[in-house]
Design a protein around this ligand. Structure first.
Ligand code: AMP
Length: 467
């Protein structure tokens, strides 16, 4: 290999791992704005932020999400607890060297008990429930309203809007009652957030999947299963497999050819027990009272085992096939399933990556580019003034670029343009000795002179006009 090729090889080495990506400025400004809006809107509904670990015991997710789901069975990043790994590895080496216990010990993977396996979180509801139990939150005034944001990890096939490290903003209400008003208010909060963040064309779909009783969802699954057996031949291999593993999931199919057949299947609404029917009707009425527009979608079943009654999903334009920006629902049995007391629960998770994509597509969410003010300075005295000006302007909340080395005004103004600055503050010897600073508006080239305090006042007024 020639030196040049070797160098090229070296340079090629490091890239973000498939399915992960860097979020860069100016796009990160939009991420911050979205997260800030979530903080503000959720606080007005009485939610507090919870920060959770990024990895947890694999068993937690297996139990909460369901061992049969794609998420747990195929998509989790799972590894042995590194502390114990060393211990098991040493044991294995010992057994290989001495031949002792080799037969019983088998492979390294066999040596590690399930309880020592750790997974990167594929979602956060399980962790929130674990934290609720761990911190005895059932002793707090109920319900407890929590929200979180951060990265999740699922090893799915990457495509537009689908990543292996992606970000969710979610909220959960735990404890208290399962009054339909709770479901409606969670959804109202979500739509308030989407509205505030500037998401256009969002559609809310709702459904009720009843409860896991013989006179309700179980009866429906039976009816669905029988209907599916009759049309099995007309379905693709994935759906055929799901008839036995999780018949509800057949309703999730996006396969074009299956749509007319799926349309003929029985609807869950016709199988709900009286209580679940009343609950669903009241959720819809409460949404109407709150002015929240929705569409019903009987095929909205959600892939996770613990959902019951209300399920909802929000889609947004500009996302292609991955058009769900949020999914949520009620999960009254989950806390108990994880060893806590019987606890009502409902929540949602917004796919932040997709939300950002949709905002960018609609151009509404274009991140503000560039600096507010570029300080073009020349001369030692001017530099000292420039440093002070930068400090004061930043303190007042403006973003300021202060070049670290002196440059001719022409070059500095070119630089200011390139950075997309709104103004250039020109500080030369004249300006400093006169105490009058020159401010150039870069969009139209006009220049005005200001005293230091007038300048701040002017910039503040301009900001008010443009916001
Ligand atoms: P889920 O936890 O599956 O209900 O997902 C909730 C939301 O997270 C979805 O509606 C998506 O917006 C988002 N989401 C789920 N998986 C991914 C992924 N692999 N990449 C990007 N966003 C995702």
């Amino acid at each position: 290999m020639s030196d040049a090729t070797a160098k090229k090889e070296e340079r090629r080495k490091f890239q973000a791992i498939r399915g992960t990506r860097d979020l860069l400025p100016p796009e990160t400004a939009l991420w911050n704005r979205v997260e800030q809006t979530a903080n503000e809107v959720f606080a007005t509904f009485g939610y507090g932020e919870i920060r959770l670990p990024i990895f947890e015991s694999t068993e937690l997710f297996a139990r909460a999400v369901g061992g049969e789901t794609d998420i747990v069975s195929k998509e989790m990043y799972t590894f042995p607890n590194p502390m114990r790994f060393a211990e098991f590895y040493t044991k294995l080496l010992h057994s290989v060297k001495t031949g002792e216990g080799a037969n019983e010990m088998g492979t390294l993977a066999d040596l590690i008990p399930e309880s020592e396996m750790i997974s990167l979180r594929p979602e956060a509801t399980a962790s929130v429930c674990r934290a609720y139990i761990e911190h005895n939150m059932q002793q707090l005034p109920q319900p407890v309203k929590l929200y979180y944001m951060g990265p999740m990890f699922r090893s799915e096939r990457p495509q537009k809007g689908r990543y292996r490290q992606f970000y969710q903003i979610g909220a959960e209400i735990l404890g208290g009652t399962d009054a339909p008003a709770i479901d409606a208010e969670v959804i109202e909060m979500l739509m308030t957030f989407f509205d505030k963040v500037g998401l256009q064309g969002a559609t809310l779909y709702i459904n009720s999947i009843g409860h896991n009783g013989p006179d309700c969802r179980r009866a429906y699954i039976g009816a669905l299963y029988n209907a599916l057996l009759k049309i099995k031949d007309q379905l693709g291999p994935d759906s055929q497999r799901r008839i036995d593993t999780n018949p509800l999931r057949v309703l999730d199919s996006k396969l074009e050819s299956e749509q007319p057949i799926i349309a003929t299947l029985p609807h869950i609404a016709d199988h709900l027990c009286d209580e679940c029917k009343t609950h669903y009707a009241e959720v819809k009425r409460q949404l109407q009272v709150r002015g929240v527009l929705y569409q019903e979608n009987w095929r909205l079943v959600r892939g996770l085992d613990y959902y019951m009654r209300t399920t909802f999903e929000i889609t947004a334009p500009g996302l292609g096939s991955q058009n769900a920006v949020c999914g949520g629902g009620r999960y009254d049995g989950l806390v108990e399933l994880l060893g806590g007391p019987p606890t009502k629960g409902i929540g949602f998770a917004i796919g932040e990556d997709r939300l950002i994509l949709s905002l960018q597509e609609s151009r509404k969410g274009q991140a503000q580019q560039g600096r507010d003010i570029y300080i073009a300075w020349m001369g030692e005295k001017a530099y000292a003034t420039a440093i002070r000006a930068a400090k004061d302007l930043r303190k007042a909340g403006f973003s300021v670029e202060l070049p670290p080395v002196e440059q001719k005004f022409g070059k500095a103004l070119g630089q200011a343009d390139k950075l997309g600055a709104k103004y250039a503050l020109i500080l030369g010897d004249n300006e400093v000795s006169e105490g009058l600073w020159t401010l150039k508006t870069l969009s139209d080239g006009t220049q005005q002179k200001f005293t230091e305090s007038d300048l701040l006042e002017f910039l503040r007024q301009q900001e008010k006009v443009s916001s």
